[in-house]
Ligand binder design. Structure first.
Ligand SMILES: [Zn+2]
Length: 413
């Protein structure tokens, strides 16, 4: 008879998997007793007790007192420890930097957002970003939270393995080794990915799309980004660049896009397109609330200003939103026909104008997508709104911790 020995490496792997199962059960159904954890995970009670002790020793979970859970029997209840550590989520947008610090319950305990300008140099924007991350680390130190990790979303193509931003058309950045730069400064794990992919992950992890398996996330800001979750997995494509929906051609002879092509979706349906329309209309009308943005004061216009004007009945704001919504709907109709997602999650700064955009998008989808596909696709606004990327970044670190708790703790040490 042949005896198969479990190698030490395998044992460590099995332990890590079992720890992950316990942590995920506590994320999904908190709080649970040890007995309930055994039932929920199918692991035997002795194994559960030993794993729970290891997680208590690492401060990743905490006892919350005696109570009854779904087994009906009283026992000491356990939950993830919010004080286990801090997680930093960062987004470098085309015209802003956003940083959040959360605890291990993914509750935001500090945040900062700053407008940037595309005319600033790459070095200046990165310096500003590093300063904000340092401020987040200082906040975590004040609250005695060790940083468990940081994830960063950027508006472009990313080599996820090396954490290098390969190309961000609207920022005009190429080959920026972001992870390497952050790792040389901070000693916690760093993940870098495309902003829409990060947001798509976050919305399926703890947002509106939790439990959905086929999700198209579209973020509309200065450009348009896309993130795909197919069959419950982030879909990255052959080389990792899937989801660049903003650069599908909608108008063959349209405006020049930052990517070099003409008539891309983002030239007609992004924040830039909306602002361009506002400026075209105000040139013909001095009575609009937005008329003060004539004469090149374009940089000062913001989405909340357009929304406020639309709420007050301003025709220019409303017309610009309707036209932009229509173009958003046309692109989405193409994507619905191609992908038949269960859910489209709409995020990015334009989601602040949801009240005006969503009805037009829905109308356009009804008119233009194949009705069988359109009928089965729900369109919703991101649970985390314009924070979808930073919260998605938090979700990525969180998921990494829950999948490989001790490996992640070693890297964070
Ligand atoms: Zn383009």
């Amino acid at each position: 008879m042949m005896i198969t020995r479990v190698r030490t490496g395998d044992q460590a792997l099995i332990r890590e998997i079992n720890l992950s199962i316990i942590l995920n059960a506590l994320r999904d159904h908190p709080p649970l007793s040890r007995a309930a954890l055994a039932v929920a995970t199918g692991l035997n009670k002795t194994t559960v007790s030993s794993l729970v002790q290891q997680l208590l020793d690492a401060d990743l979970i905490t006892e919350t007192g005696v109570g009854k859970n779904f087994t009906g029997r009283p026992g000491i209840l356990l939950q993830l420890n919010p004080q286990a550590g801090g997680i930093i989520g960062v987004e470098i947008g085309v015209d802003f930097i956003s940083v959040v610090l959360t605890d291990f319950a993914a509750r935001v305990i500090w945040r900062h957002q700053e407008r940037t300008d595309r005319r600033q140099t790459q070095a200046a924007i990165l310096r500003c970003c590093l300063a904000k991350i340092e401020a987040a680390v200082a906040q975590a130190n004040l609250q005695s939270l060790p940083i468990l990790g940081l994830a960063l979303g950027v508006p472009g193509l990313v080599d996820v393995e090396s954490g290098t931003l390969l190309y961000a058309p609207n920022l005009h950045w190429e080959n920026v080794p972001l992870r390497q730069m952050l790792r040389s400064r901070f000693n916690f794990p760093v993940l870098v990915d495309n902003e829409a992919t990060v947001a798509a992950f976050g919305e399926t992890y703890f947002g509106v799309a939790r439990g959905s398996h086929n999700v198209l996330y579209v973020s509309a800001g200065v450009g348009i980004g896309g993130g795909l979750v197919l069959d419950g997995q982030i879909y990255s494509g052959g080389a990792g660049f899937a989801g660049e929906v903003g650069h599908m051609t909608l108008e063959p002879d349209g405006l020049l896009c930052a990517c070099g092509n003409r008539g891309c979706w983002e030239t007609v349906a992004s924040q830039s397109a909306l602002f361009r329309r506002v400026h075209e209309y105000v040139a013909t009308d001095e009575t609009s609330a937005l008329s003060r943005f004539r004469n090149g004061k374009r940089e000062e216009l913001t989405i909340p200003m357009v929304v406020r004007a639309a709420e007050e009945g301003d025709w220019i704001a409303r017309q610009a939103l309707v036209t932009t919504g229509k173009y958003l709907g046309i692109g989405l109709a193409n994507l619905v026909n191609a992908l038949n997602p269960e859910m489209i999650v709409f995020g990015g700064i334009l989601s602040l104008a949801k009240e005006f955009l969503l009805p037009v998008i829905q109308q356009t989808l009804r008119e233009r997508a194949l009705r069988w596909s359109a009928r089965t696709t729900q369109i919703v606004v991101a649970a985390h709104g314009s924070d979808a990327c930073v919260m998605g970044a938090v979700a990525m670190v969180y998921d990494q911790m829950l999948r490989q708790p001790f490996k992640s703790l070693r890297q964070a040490a």
